[in-house]
Design a protein around this ligand. Sequence first.
Ligand code: 13P
Ligand code: SF4
Length: 345
Amino acid sequence: MEINEMYENLKTALADVVPDVELYYKAELAVQINQLKKERNAVILGHNYMEPVLYHSVTDIVGDSLELSRKAATTDKDIIVFCGVKFMAETAKILNPGKIVLLPANAGCSLAASITAQDLRDLKARFPGVPVVTYVNTYADVKAESDICCTSGNAVAVVESLSAETLIFLPDEYLARNVARETGKHIIFPTLSKTHPPAGESDLDYQMIGWKGRCEVHEKYTVEDIRNVREQFPDVLILAHPECSPEVVAASDFSGSTKAMIQYVETTHAPRYLLLTECSMGDNIAAANPEKNMLRMCSVRCPHMNQITMENTIDSLRYNRIEIQVPEEIRLRAVRAVERMIAIG
Ligand code: 13P
Ligand code: SF4
């Protein structure tokens, strides 16, 4: 596709979101990326948080973590470029050991950084025989210590698939508590007493063993934010990612994975919507659904996802940057937990 055609396409999708001058500059980059992608027999997977031009011009597959893991498992291309963060690219490598998996920038995640494989080994020693459910927002060596993975899109189904009454669910404290609320399972935080919830926290039952990791983005939203927005826009529908606190989820109208949030907006009719998640998603939904009115709270951003740019995606394809490696001994153990998750759906 020539630059002018790319520019016109982008303008049709994004005229209300991105100014023309930026669209033209990025149309040139998009044409280069698509050319390199063809030459290198590569596929580009893009998480729903990617910035609107990248998301709409060069990705072959977009989605939430679950969808991207599933699609990564079936690609026949030689190279997978993951426009997302490192734990996602690692999951693609775990599922495709023979392919080159590239991450355009060294983009981390506060949840993945919150726990090490040794932390999990210590926890397992403390609670022997208790099954371990690990959020995909973890690195490969932590997955390798786990019985099954989950994403926010299937955490409830994964937990319900296990007959055990007590589970270790980590590393996201808030997701653990939200899943406990939905499944009727309980949380025990290993550092706390079994019978007394921590001071100031709600009266959830504590039987699922959680870990105090948090998403540095979603933990920032508060019930007070929601109250303020509703005061100004009483007709707004508010959607919260389940990495938000249970109190924020309870004060919202809907909670689900990034894909579930997109589907919710697409299938409901409200005067306006607010997403409590990375604000690029509001742009991407507005572009795909111009009739929807999306409010944005863009002071809260994911600094990791935002490291991925069209410029470093070009370099990634040109120079094989940054190639993801997972030692085979770790991969072999991690793949069981990831495949068990994919089998559940
Ligand atoms: P999803 O699996 O819902 O896409 O979320 C991934 C993530 O990192 C959210 O912050
Ligand atoms: Fe990690 Fe939160 Fe960023 Fe998602 S939004 S990648 S959970 S830091």
